[in-house]
Write a protein that binds this ligand. Structure first.
Ligand SMILES: [Ca+2]
Ligand SMILES: [Ca+2]
Length: 311
């Protein structure tokens, strides 16, 4: 944990609300970096919040997608959490794209050109003190998110399995979210991915009603099993839970892709797996297939500890 002497920017709580954020200068444009706005700040005590004022680019810029990125600046520093508010102080719906290893990235798909927004930075779970980097970037094209699997779990149906068939090497960026109808019961959902030999190659836990969690995974061609399991703190009480595994896929197949150039959006470098019409004639490039959902197929063990143990 950082001490006061290593904090880069102690604001003495002058920017802990949207009202006082407006007293601060707008984040200056940073021409030297890839971000439209960039700033290094500090969470200087456990009650510190930092609000920053940002102006969306003009309509002429044609860049309505607002991406806000925060990450800790020290190995053992804080994990920042960022959120976006409009000029009236209302939180703006944003897709949480990345929440892993101290990085937190949200994206607002469409902002009002020229409008004022506020970015709030806090420490995740209000824990820790330290320095962070905040970057805000306006872009033309939003990240395309695909839903890979979604379903419901309950005490009677505490896990669901999917078969995943991968036809070419892909890099998945997964985001897992968990929701519950009964927030009074502390619970979570775990996703676990097994390779063809039953080895666990990926696992993440999302708290019900909490932020999504994300992770990257490279999958070679083959068959995998994906399990979603309910993880209530009190094993005798499992509330109704909903899970959603979304994200996107990046791939780099060797050789040209069998894409129909007449339907590709120009210059987007699309990684969307949504177009599957060509896969029948070119199986070597077909997208991974997800199947199953409700049917339990065996019960592979989970070597990972209870997410609540030691908590
Ligand atoms: Ca601060
Ligand atoms: Ca502050």
């Amino acid at each position: 944990m950082a001490d006061a002497s290593t904090l880069l920017n102690v604001d003495l709580h002058t920017n802990d609300s949207i009202l006082t954020a407006s007293l601060l200068p707008t984040l200056s444009a940073d021409n030297a970096s890839r971000f439209d706005y960039a700033f290094k700040g500090s969470i200087s005590d456990t009650s510190d919040l930092d609000y920053y004022k940002v102006r969306a680019l003009s309509a002429a810029a044609g860049a309505p997608v607002m991406t806000v990125m925060g990450w800790g600046l020290a190995t053992n520093g804080i994990a920042p959490r960022v959120s976006v508010f409009d000029a009236t102080g209302r939180q703006v719906a944003a897709n949480l794209l990345v929440n892993e290893l101290g990085s937190f990235i949200v994206q607002v798909p469409s902002v009002v050109a020229g409008a004022t927004y506020y970015v709030k930075v806090e420490a995740q779970a209000r824990q820790g003190v330290g320095n962070y980097f905040l970057g805000v970037d306006f872009e033309r094209i939003a990240a395309e998110l695909t839903t890979f699997a979604t379903g419901s779990l309950s005490a009677a149906d505490a896990q669901e399995f999917y078969d995943l068939q991968v036809h070419r090497t892909v890099l998945y960026h997964f985001t897992l979210s968990a929701a519950t109808a009964d927030a009074s019961i502390d619970s979570a959902i775990r996703v676990t991915i097994y390779d063809g030999r039953g080895n666990v190659i990926f696992t993440k836990v999302a708290q019900a009603g909490g932020d999504i969690v994300s992770g990257n995974l490279v999958l070679e061609p083959g068959k995998y099993k994906v399990r979603f399991s309910a993880a209530p703190r009190d094993k005798t009480r499992t509330p109704p839970l909903q899970y959603s595994l979304t994200g996107n896929m990046l791939d780099d197949p060797i050789g040209p892709q069998p894409q129909d150039s007449t339907t590709s959006p120009s210059g987007s470098g699309s990684t969307s797996p949504s177009s599957s019409t060509t896969s029948a004639s070119s199986p070597q490039y077909s997208d991974p297939t997800w199947s199953g959902g409700a049917k339990p197929i065996g019960s592979p063990s989970d070597p990972y500890s209870d997410p609540y143990s030691g908590a």
